[in-house]
Ligand binder design. Sequence first.
Ligand code: IMP
Ligand code: MG
Length: 219
Amino acid sequence: MMIPLTDSQHNTTISPLTIFSAEQLAHLSPAVAQVATHLNLYLNESTIANRVQALAQQLNETYEGVDELTIICVLKGSFMFLSDLVKHLKVPVKVEFIRLASYGNNTQSSGKVKTVDLTLPSLEGKHVLILEDIIDTGLTLSFLVSYLKDLHQTASLKLAVFLDKPTARKPEAQHITVDFVAFSIENTFVVGYGLDFSGHFRQLPYVATYTGPPLSDTH
Ligand code: IMP
Ligand code: MG
């Protein structure tokens, strides 16, 4: 499902004052304030809720009859997607959390994956589903899939992402197949629903796209 930017809701500018008070805004770094003042609504709460529920239904069909599903939630960005999705799952679920980082405070992928915490139990013979907030260049998931395949003989290993930016994929990550996608989006920088800019905006219950001038790297 590709979500076009031309949909009327995408032209809805979000007032920064619905996110922060004027005083809070004044205390933000210039780059974060710039993002806060140039956001358009991209996916609203009900669009997200309906799609996440439909995705859960797809997962229920895929994993029907399976004893147990281990979900690996890639922090930090995937916490909201995970919590909304698991509520609708009927298969018995175990949740593991790992933390990877590829973005500094920038809107461009650094191309390098920083492993912050990769602690996992044995996944021998387990059905495993990796849950990611967004696949952009694909380098993060490419790294993670190779890492897990090298270490664990899983019964199955699939990928679910909340957002997919298919046109941003780097050639070295073209081999990555995402099994479940909530929304395919254009190659635009987005925040909200767990996704951040410089640590901010994760709390927004909707997804917003940044529409301002290119951001400098100096924040
Ligand atoms: P990849 O390795 O380039 O596929 O990037 C994956 C990671 O980059 C995601 O898990 C996010 O943390 C981050 N990321 C990519 N695109 C965006 C975006 O538009 N907004 C916020 N974070 C993003
Ligand atoms: Mg992430």
